[in-house]
Design a protein around this ligand. Structure first.
Ligand code: PLP
Length: 235
């Protein structure tokens, strides 16, 4: 597959359309124009599918697997300035070190073992004075529907977990992230996430995907995660 002018036009028009819909939703919600960021979720998509979006001006991307991101993103980041990469899938502790080196934001802090690992990595990072590569910003993933098979901190345990991360372990928590149950309206979950963030005094909210990002924006999302609406269906 080569990067044809058609692919470039297609990526540019899809991106323009999502940006237009974002602007409409932000305005309707009385929010400022730049109040939310679009994350293009490029999981399963090869670099050839990502390059047209970069060429069209997109700079913020998300992946859900460390290994896949490690295969695609170092080269893309080396070739393009100002790219920001978010991890939006579960993180195993044995991949945490690699994730810290690869991602600008880790959105899936979801358990004590991972928090302790990240805190240890943060201390190492501070010692190496890696000024040009800041430690990733962290979001706590909340299992807003308390689904047994889904990762994330239960809403009932969020305040204690946040306290552990910030007070005991010295981690900065920039935001909260959620992935509502497939078979429920997303709005109440987004509203719950927004309320929990406000209660904790956390300002960033990663919520909303291709099918529901306008709802998320109306409820305060600062980061929307859009895959299929930008890249087409995944295999
Ligand atoms: C895949 C994925 C998305 C994007 O979903 P679409 O419905 O394709 O927009 C968003 N968030 C997470 C955590 C994902 O894994």
């Amino acid at each position: 597959m080569t990067d044809t002018p058609d692919m470039q036009d297609d990526a540019a028009s899809k991106l323009a359309e999502i940006n237009r819909r974002m602007a409409v939703a932000l305005k309707a919600g009385g929010r400022a124009e730049g109040a939310a960021q679009l994350l293009a979720i490029s999981k399963t998509k090869p670099a050839q599918a990502i390059l047209p979006l970069i060429a069209a001006g997109q700079r913020h991307f998300g992946e859900n697997r460390v290994q896949e991101a490690a295969e695609k993103w170092p080269a893309l980041k080396a070739a393009h300035n100002g790219l920001e990469l978010h991890l939006v899938g579960p993180l195993q502790t044995n991949k945490a070190k690699e994730a810290v080196a690869l991602f600008d934001v880790i959105q899936t802090l979801d358990r004590e073992k991972l928090a302790r690992k990240l805190a240890a990595l943060k201390q190492d990072h501070a010692k190496t004075q890696a000024v040009d590569t800041p430690f990733p910003r962290l979001f706590i993933q909340v299992n807003s529907g308390d689904e047994p098979q889904k990762s994330g901190v239960s809403p009932s345990e969020l305040a204690a977990f946040y306290g552990l991360c910030t007070d005991k372990l010295g981690l900065d928590v920039a935001g909260l992230m959620c992935l509502p149950p497939h078979d429920e309206a997303a709005g109440p979950h987004f509203a719950l996430l927004a309320k929990m963030a406000a209660d904790l005094g956390v300002s960033q909210l990663s919520m909303g995907m291709s099918g529901d990002f306008e709802t998320a924006l109306s409820l305060g999302a600062t980061h929307i995660r859009v895959g299929t609406a930008l890249f087409g269906a995944r295999d």
